[in-house]
Design a binder for this molecule. Sequence first.
Ligand code: NAD
Length: 327
Amino acid sequence: MKLIAFEVRDDEREIFGQLSAEFGWETELVEEILTLDNAERVRGYDGVTILGHSLLTPEIQDKLMEMGISCCSTRTVGYDHIDVQHARKIGLRICNSDYPPTGVADYTIMLMLMVLRHYKQALWRGQVNDYSLKGLRGRELHDLTIGVVGTGRIGKAVIQNLSGFGSKILAYDVHKDPEVAEKAQYVDLETIYRESDVISLHTPLNDSTLYMINRDTLARMKDGVVLVNCARGELMDVEALIWGIENHKIGALALDVIEGESGIYHRDRRTDILQNKNMAYLRQFPNTVMTQHLAFYTDTAVASMVRCAFEGIASFTSGQPCRTEIK
Ligand code: NAD
């Protein structure tokens, strides 16, 4: 078996090496993204794997098929970069990856604690030998009501984590999970907005969740509410967030994701002229913590994503059902 991997990051190389040995495959690792210009490189391989910057457009898919490739894996959970309908039409089989929800859940708690304990300001002060305490008095998770919106894999793991802190946990989801109900109280969304000191979002982005946090919903929340988003940027209207901070409606914001991040995050942009003004403006507030969509990024998750590529391609080429096939 011969596999060609595009967009390979340095931190994936060792895992590719280990899995190539385990599966007995010959694997070529390519740093560049897959494009029409380099698609000829796939000739002679049995499968292709990519990350999210390689756009699997209809043209590239047709080219892959022409080169004899019939299956492709993306080492990402999302697959917005793949024209899945075209793949289905031409018979190119696609699979994605998954990893345990615990890494994102841990990160969510870390962000919550960072803003509740004013960690950004403490860090700034420490850098210049300002060891004063004024303005750094924090709040304890134990004393707070936390509203978790979306109790799927990650939301449920966040609730599991929170239960150890002794917080009062409110939950909302369109589907109730009996295991979650043992640790949190399911309520309607209005109650979450009205009663929560901290609201953490864990839903997918869809028509019902787009801009779920907006001027209207903010108005129904407690003054000084803390908002945490480790899900998708577009769940929150960034203009409304700025309004909320400027008007002291929002007490603190912790965002691993932000509207308009696409094409910016996961690259060194120090010398680029970035166009996302809202992102820059929001970042400078003392009570916002923003990270570059990295909640998922742990050794466990990276190993799992590369393993999914091997397992997916192995299933496709051996005619077995593939657990992670995008149908
Ligand atoms: P999941 O599918 O397991 O759970 C999502 C839950 O949201 C489901 O229980 C679903 O019923 C619920 N839901 C859907 N629409 C809803 C609505 N309108 N109101 C309330 N609940 C609704 O997904 P997951 O794996 O737990 O992922 C959650 C989010 O985290 C997704 O947006 C995902 O893209 C994001 N994510 C972010 C990172 C990161 O690095 N920041 C990593 C992985 C996943």
